[in-house]
Unconditional design. Structure first.
Length: 214
């Protein structure tokens, strides 16, 4: 797990990560900041804290991704490519054959993600499509960050995906309440990890998802 004590505001530093990987992550942040002047990739209010708010926030999901049974990760509403460009950079030295799939319906954002995937030589497919219109998708992990509410993600996972193993997503300070509400309609197993970048947030891994009364 990434130790929150080693987070530095002035540069990227992650434990047990090569200098080359750190350089690529820093290069990615510079690309986001540069492009953000023309395209709204991230909120301008988070530019000065991009390493913590976006890079580390994305990197912490590696604990749910770096598993033997995970080879394909599908990012929904990926925007600037967060969190999966970060994950792709981190996973390059950890696992061969790790593949990323992105769904981002914005032309400019999907084009940016494509440029980043090519720049960092990631095994990736970028689709400028509306995920709600796609059917029979196959992946190991569905991941999303600031995309849609949890109930909507559950519906997408069960209606638009033919198969998946896990859903990895972020929950804010109302996360406990949301989980309680969805549990009235859905059955699932959950692993929860307290966010390293926000005291009010957590990252969760959902598995064995099934709608009740089916």
């Amino acid at each position: 797990m990434i130790d929150s004590k080693i987070i530095k505001k002035d540069k990227i530093y992650l434990h047990d990560v090569s200098r080359e990987t750190l350089r690529e992550l820093q290069d990615y942040t510079h690309s986001i900041l540069s492009t953000n002047k023309r395209i709204n990739l991230i909120s301008s209010t988070t530019e000065k804290s991009i390493n913590i708010r976006h890079i580390y926030d994305s990197a912490q999901t590696i604990d749910f991704i770096n598993k033997n049974d995970i080879n394909i990760c599908t990012d929904l509403g990926s925007g600037a490519g967060l969190p999966s460009i970060v994950l792709g950079i981190l996973m390059k030295s950890k696992k061969q054959g790790f593949k990323l799939i992105f769904y981002e319906k914005s032309y400019h954002k999907s084009n940016f993600v494509k440029q980043m995937a090519e720049k960092f030589k990631l095994d990736a497919k970028i689709y400028q499509k509306n995920i709600f219109l796609e059917k029979n998708l196959v992946t190991d992990v569905i991941i999303c960050r600031a995309f849609k509410p949890l109930p909507v993600i559950f519906e997408i996972a069960t209606k638009n995906f033919k198969s998946f193993k896990y859903i990895v997503m972020y929950l804010g300070k109302s996360g406990k309440k949301i989980l309680k509400e969805v549990s009235t309609k859905w059955k699932f197993d959950i692993e929860e990890m307290k966010s390293l970048t926000s005291n009010d947030s957590s990252v969760v891994k959902i598995s064995k998802l099934k709608k009740k009364y089916e």
